[in-house]
Design a binder for this molecule. Structure first.
Ligand code: ATP
Length: 597
C-alpha cells in the first residue's frame, strides 16, 4: 500500500462524523492493506490509524522532539523556509498536520521531480512499509550525531510528500494523529475486515496489547489464530482498575467480598523468567532489547526496571518459575512504616544515581494478583484461584502461613461487615490507604475500570463530633492517646449560642470510636491537645471533658445499641481537628437521624 493511499483514507476518516462509518472506513483500509502479501502492512496500518508506530505495550518512541520535526519540514519546504517559519505557522494554525500540509514539498508534481530525496523513503519507494522502515531506523539512531541523522531521515520522508501525506506523516511523527480512531474502533474494524468475532479480537488485544499483531493474526489465521494468542512474559498488559464503592454495596452484590489492604504506592507489573525472556516484535529488530530475566513496568507500561533494583533482587531471590505478577511498590521508612506515595514516585522517576536514591528511600513490592505462572495464563481464572496461585508462587516453604509470606498482599473473604471494618481499621492503623473490595469470582480484565474491583468511596458527608474519651496506646504508642470516643449533642439541631454556654457531658451522646487514619506525628499533636482536658482515668481508659471537636468521615450511620445515641458510625475516619468549633457547635443526634433518611 502506498503511503499516499493511507493518507487519503486517513483524511476521509477524519472527515467522517459517524462512528459506525468510521469503523467501516478503517475495516476497508485494513482489508486493502492486507491485499497480496500485506501481513506486515496490515500490522503497521492498524497501529498508524491510532497514531502509534510501536506496539501499545512498549513505551518505545521515535525519540524526536518537535524542533527536529520542524527543521526537517523547513528543509524539505525549500531554501527560504526556516524552522522559525514553521513555528510561526504552527502558532497561527495550531496543529502540525495543517502546517506540514501548507508547504509545497513537490509531491503534487510527482515522484522523482526533485531527484535525490535523501534516504530510504525519500527515493522511489513510498509505500507504508518503506515509511515504517525509515521511522524505525530513525528510532534506532543513537549516540553522537544521532539527532542530525534523525533530521536527515525525516527530511527524506517529507521531501516530495503530497500535502495529505505531509499532514499525516507530521502527526504520526509527533504522536498527534487524532483522526477520531479509538481503540474500540480498531477492535471492531479488525472483526469486520477479517470476519472474526469481536469478543475474540478483544481477548487477543488484552493478552497481546498490540493492535498490529492482532490485526495480522486475524488476517493470517482468523479466529483460531486469535484464540491461540497468549500472554508473554516480558510484554506488559494493561492494568485492571477500580471503581469507587461501599462495603454495603459490595456485600449486597457479591454476598462474600474479597478484601485487601489498599497500599499507598505505585502500581507495577512484574515479569520474571528464571531462564530469560526475549520478546520480539513481528520484525525482531524492533524490540530486541528485552532479554533480561526480570522486567518491571509501571501502570503506563513504562519499563522502570532499572530504577527499582530491589524489585529485581526480590524476583531473583524468590521466584522460581516464569510469572507475571500485579502489585504495588511501596516505600518504607527506617521504622518499617510505609511512606507516602510521592516518595515512591521519586524512585520511579530516578534515572541516575539509583544506588543513592535507594539509600534515601527503600522500596518493596507487595503483589496482589498473578496473571501468568509457569506457562499458564490465569486471566480467565477467578480472583480466588489467582490469589491461591500467587501464594504458591511467593511461598518459601510449604508450612508458611499467608501472613508470613513476604511480598504477598493478603486476601480475606468475608460476608461480615464488622470483619471488614476491623480489616479497614488495621490497614489504616498500619499506615495503608484503607481497603480494596474485590469480587472473589471475578476474572482479570486488563484496562477495565469495572465493578469487580472497588476502592472505598471518599466520604461525602463529615460530622463534627466532640471527643469525650480516649485510650492510652500500647508499645510504641504508649505515650499517645488514641481510640477516641466520639459524641454528638443530644436534642435537636438548634445551636445554643448563648454567651458562655458550655456543653455538659450529660448533654452528649456517644456515637462511635475513631482509631484510624492517624499518623504517630498527628497522635502526638492530639495527645498534647487533649491531655489538659482529662477528667478521670481508669487504667488505659480516659474520660475527657468536652472541649475538642473532631471532623469525622464515615461510610454509613447505623442504628446500634452499643452507643448512647442509639446510632453508630460505620467506618469512622479522622479527618481533622475543628479548632474553629466549640462543643456547642458540634452535630446533633437529630442531624444523624436526618442523614440516615
Ligand atoms: P485511578 O486508578 O482511579 O486513576 P489511582 O491510580 O489513584 O486512581 P485508585 O483508583 O485510587 O488509584 O486505586 C487503584 C490503585 O490502588 C491501583 O491502581 C493500585 O495502584 C493501588 N492498589 C493498592 N493496593 C491495591 C490492591 N490490594 N489491589 C489493587 N490495587 C491496589
Amino acid at each position: 500500500m502506498e503511503f499516499a493511499t493511507f493518507a487519503d483514507r486517513a483524511a476521509a476518516i477524519e472527515a467522517e462524523p459517524a462512528d459506525l462509518e468510521i469503523v467501516a472506513h478503517v475495516a476497508t483500509l485494513l482489508e486493502d492493506a492486507a491485499d497480496g502479501d500485506g501481513s506486515r502492512t496490515v500490522e503497521i496500518v492498524a497501529r498508524y490509524v491510532q497514531g502509534r508506530i510501536f506496539p501499545a505495550w512498549t513505551s518505545r518512541t521515535l525519540d524526536v522532539g518537535p524542533s527536529a520535526c520542524y527543521e526537517a519540514i523547513a528543509r524539505a519546504a525549500g531554501t527560504n523556509v526556516s524552522p522559525d517559519d514553521v513555528e510561526e505557522r504552527l502558532a497561527e494554525r495550531g496543529e502540525i498536520g495543517d502546517v506540514a500540509a501548507s508547504y509545497d514539498f513537490g509531491g503534487q508534481r510527482g515522484l522523482g521531480a526533485f531527484g535525490g530525496g535523501g534516504d530510504a523513503a525519500g527515493g522511489e519507494d513510498r509505500t507504508v512499509l518503506a515509511v515504517d522502515e525509515t521511522l524505525r531506523e530513525l528510532a534506532a539512531a543513537e549516540g553522537a550525531g544521532s539527532q542530525d541523522r534523525k533530521v536527515d531521515l525525516l527530511f527524506g520522508l517529507f521531501n516530495r510528500c503530497s500535502s495529505d501525506e505531509a499532514r499525516y506523516l507530521a502527526r504520526l511523527v509527533l504522536a498527534e494523529m487524532r483522526i477520531g480512531v479509538g481503540e474500540g474502533t480498531v477492535r471492531d474494524a479488525i472483526g469486520e475486515a477479517f470476519d472474526v468475532p469481536v469478543e475474540d479480537v478483544e481477548r487477543a488485544l488484552q493478552v497481546s496489547n498490540d493492535y498490529g499483531e492482532v490485526a495480522r493474526v486475524a488476517r493470517e489465521d482468523g479466529r483460531e489464530g486469535l484464540d491461540a494468542m497468549t500472554l508473554a512474559v516480558g510484554r506488559p498488559i494493561q492494568a485492571m482498575l477500580a471503581q469507587t464503592g461501599t462495603v454495603t454495596g459490595a456485600l449486597e452484590d457479591w454476598d462474600v467480598a474479597g478484601v485487601e489492604r489498599k497500599y499507598d504506592g505505585a502500581r507495577v507489573q512484574l515479569h520474571h523468567d528464571p531462564i530469560g525472556v526475549a520478546v520480539e516484535d513481528a520484525d525482531a529488530t524492533a524490540v530486541g532489547e528485552s532479554t533480561a530475566e526480570t522486567r518491571v513496568f509501571s501502570r503506563n507500561m513504562e519499563d522502570v526496571t532499572d530504577a527499582l533494583p530491589e524489585i529485581v533482587e526480590f524476583a531473583d531471590d524468590r521466584l522460581e518459575e516464569p510469572v507475571i505478577l500485579d502489585g504495588e511498590v511501596v516505600a518504607i521508612a527506617d521504622d518499617g512504616e510505609p511512606l507516602p506515595f510521592q516518595e515512591v514516585l521519586k524512585r520511579f522517576r530516578r534515572k541516575h544515581d539509583v544506588a543513592k536514591a535507594r539509600e534515601d528511600v527503600a522500596v518493596r513490592p507487595v503483589f496482589f494478583d498473578c496473571l501468568h505462572a509457569d506457562g499458564e495464563d490465569l486471566l480467565e481464572e477467578p480472583l480466588a484461584t489467582r490469589h491461591d496461585r500467587l501464594e504458591r508462587v511467593l511461598r518459601e516453604d510449604p508450612e508458611q502461613e499467608p501472613a508470613q509470606i513476604e511480598g504477598l498482599s493478603l486476601l480475606w473473604r468475608t460476608d461480615d461487615p464488622d470483619e471488614i471494618e476491623r480489616i479497614d481499621a488495621e490497614a489504616l492503623e498500619a499506615g495503608h490507604e484503607g481497603i480494596m473490595l474485590k469480587a472473589p469470582d471475578s476474572t482479570y480484565s486488563p484496562g477495565r475500570r469495572g465493578k469487580h474491583w472497588r476502592k472505598r468511596k471518599p466520604d461525602v458527608e463529615t460530622l463534627d463530633c466532640v471527643v469525650t474519651g480516649a485510650e492510652w496506646g500500647e508499645g510504641r504508642r504508649a505515650t499517645f492517646l488514641g481510640t477516641f470516643e466520639l459524641s454528638v449533642r443530644a436534642g435537636d439541631s438548634e445551636k445554643r449560642r448563648s454567651a458562655g454556654s458550655a456543653v455538659e457531658p450529660q448533654n452528649l451522646e456517644t456515637v462511635g470510636k475513631v482509631a484510624t487514619g492517624i499518623t504517630d506525628e498527628k497522635l502526638a499533636e492530639l495527645t498534647e491537645l487533649l491531655e489538659p482536658h482529662v477528667a478521670s482515668e481508669d487504667g488505659k481508659r480516659v474520660e475527657l471533658e468536652p472541649a475538642v471537636v473532631f471532623e469525622v468521615g464515615y461510610e454509613e450511620i447505623q442504628s446500634s445499641p452499643t452507643y448512647s445515641s442509639g446510632y453508630a458510625l460505620r467506618f469512622p475516619r479522622f479527618v481533622g481537628v475543628r479548632s474553629d468549633k466549640d462543643p456547642d457547635d458540634a452535630d446533633t443526634v437529630a442531624r444523624l437521624e436526618r442523614l440516615r433518611e
